[in-house]
Design a protein around this ligand. Structure first.
Ligand SMILES: Nc1ncnc2c1ncn2[C@@H]1O[C@H](COP(=O)(O)OP(=O)(O)OP(=O)(O)O)[C@@H](O)[C@H]1O
Ligand SMILES: [Mg+2]
Length: 491
């Protein structure tokens, strides 16, 4: 990685981004506060100064009178207070008649620039005015000017002023000091942010390291919880749950492959054995025929397994889409019960059905036939001679319930939770060797149609499978849906 790449990678890190956003928002906040403080300070100074000028204007009114030689300042020159006040008033001032001709003015005011008659006329018209002006040295003054009427009712134009350079200096100093401090504060907050982000993200790194150590063979590994009850603990918990689920499905796949190879090996060995008998030991045509027939049986079984496996893998990968359409379940069950009468009779089992005249559902005909056949086939297969198998169809509100019950061998409670697993067979109950796949298809088909299968069983008394499916009213009919992978079956 190049140096630039490294630097870019660094800035993409969560720690950098956290610390950076911290500093960024802090900077915006500091600048904003600085501007607000400066504005407040400046307007406070301004109001203070115009209040002072207003007071001085009132004082000037008391001292300025019209004497024999025109307007003049009258005060007790022996009183130091009065002298001081009048002296201060006369530092920055200008007096003019109402025509705008200057009568008196201070040196400072002349350096600021005397007001022109037209200016004075304009101010006199508006009553009063407060403005800021600068003298020849660049010192700013606040000037308050307007009409002044003395005790005898004579009218003049008076302007008095005060230097405001000190206020400006305070404002400038504040601005400089404040904004010089900002980078230092930002640097300190950046370091603090970096440290805090590092501390907060430390556990994330350890989680990442632990996750990296997990390989295909160590899927059962769990990241230890920190018991801090925080977001990270929740992340670790979610991660551990995910690992458990992954481990379970890996385990299922592993088990499945083992089961498949095991299932294929037995009929292969049988077929091979019989063929060897035919080839090496069989003498008569009868013996040859027998060996061949048994080999053929093994091959039949093999092709059954291969067909079932194909279907299984199609449903597992979601390739098997349901061709749903309107379907009369009552008619379908009736036909299938009729078809199963022959094997039932052969087994010595009575097979009957209790069905309504019609029962509409929205489903894939082939799959539903496969499901019902499997249930009927099982019921007949696992019921000894003299027993009874009944298929019962009822409509309960929005649901259709199909119960297939028998008076057969029943299933022991230990086996009951597993019968929907692939290749699972109750060992002793197997009269004729099945594949142990039938019920996994039943469960998958029910689930793919938005329904479910339940089972109740008592050993040596009988078993009842109940399939629940949504009723197929036109309004509730669902659009074409892809099948749910078999791995998501409810067992
Ligand atoms: N009606 C039933 N009565 C008693 N046991 C049953 C019944 N239905 C299923 N079982 C038990 O559940 C197991 C699983 O049934 P499933 O239909 O999946 O397999 P199978 O019938 O053995 O083989 P396959 O249907 O694949 O040919 C069976 O081996 C059997 O032990
Ligand atoms: Mg079966």
């Amino acid at each position: 990685m190049t140096a630039l790449g490294k630097a870019l990678g660094f800035t993409r890190g969560l720690r950098f981004r956290l610390a950076f956003s911290y500093v960024f928002f802090f900077a915006i906040l500091l600048v904003f506060l600085g501007i607000v403080f400066r504005q407040t300070l400046s307007s406070t100074f301004q109001t203070q100064m115009s209040n002072t000028l207003e007071e001085e204007w009132g004082a000037a009114k008391g001292y300025l009178r019209t004497g024999t030689e025109g307007p003049n300042w009258f005060y007790d020159s022996k009183d130091p207070d009065e002298t001081f006040t009048v002296e201060r008033l006369r530092r920055v001032y200008m007096l003019a008649d109402t025509q705008g001709h200057p009568l008196q003015y201070s040196v400072i005011y002349s350096s600021i620039g005397l007001d022109s008659p037209s200016q004075i006329q304009a101010i006199l018209q508006s009553g009063k005015e407060t403005r800021v002006r600068t003298d020849a040295q660049g010192i700013p003054y606040m000037i308050r000017s307007g009409l002044m009427v003395d005790e005898r009712g004579n009218r003049y134009y008076l302007a008095i002023g005060r230097a405001i350079d000190y206020n400006d200096k305070v404002l400038r100093d504040f601005t400089w000091n404040y904004f010089a401090l900002v980078p230092i504060v930002l640097l300190a907050s950046g370091l603090l942010g970096w440290f805090l982000a590092g501390k907060a993200l430390g556990p994330v790194n350890s989680v990442a390291e632990a996750a990296q150590r997990i390989t295909h063979s160590s899927l059962d590994m769990q990241i230890p919880l920190r018991h801090a009850g925080d977001e990270l603990d929740r992340l670790i918990e979610a991660f551990n749950h995910m690992m458990t689920r992954l481990n379970r499905s890996f385990e299922q796949i592993r088990q499945f492959s083992t089961d498949v190879s095991h299932e294929l090996r037995t009929p292969l060995t049988v077929a091979r054995g019989q063929l060897e008998v035919a080839l090496f030991t069989a003498q008569t045509v009868e013996q040859h025929r027998e060996a061949m027939a048994e080999a053929l049986e093994g091959i039949d079984r093999l092709s059954n397994i291969v067909r079932a496996l194909l279907l299984l893998s199609q449903s597992e990968s979601g390739q098997l889409t349901l061709q749903k359409g309107r379907l009369d379940l009552a008619g379908l069950v009736r036909d299938l019960v009729d078809q199963h009468q022959i094997p039932a009779e052969a087994q010595g089992v009575r097979l009957s059905a209790e069905l309504p005249a019609t029962c509409a559902i929205y489903a894939d005909r082939i799959q539903i036939e496969r499901m019902v056949s499997n249930l009927l086939g099982n019921a007949i297969k696992y019921t000894p001679a003299g027993g009874q198998v009944t298929a019962r169809l009822t409509l309960e509100g929005e649901q259709v319930k199909l119960a297939v019950e028998d008076t057969g061998v029943g299933i022991a409670p230990d086996h009951l939770p597993h019968i929907f697993d692939r290749f699972y067979r109750v060992p002793s109950a197997d009269p004729d060797k099945g594949l142990g796949l039938g019920l996994s298809f039943v469960a998958w088909i029910a689930k793919a149609h938005g329904g479910s299968v339940d089972v109740e069983s008592q050993l040596r008394k009988g078993t009842r499978f109940i399939v629940t499916l949504p009723a197929g009213r036109a309004a509730t009919v669902a659009p074409e849906t892809p099948a749910v992978p078999l791995t998501e079956q409810v067992h």
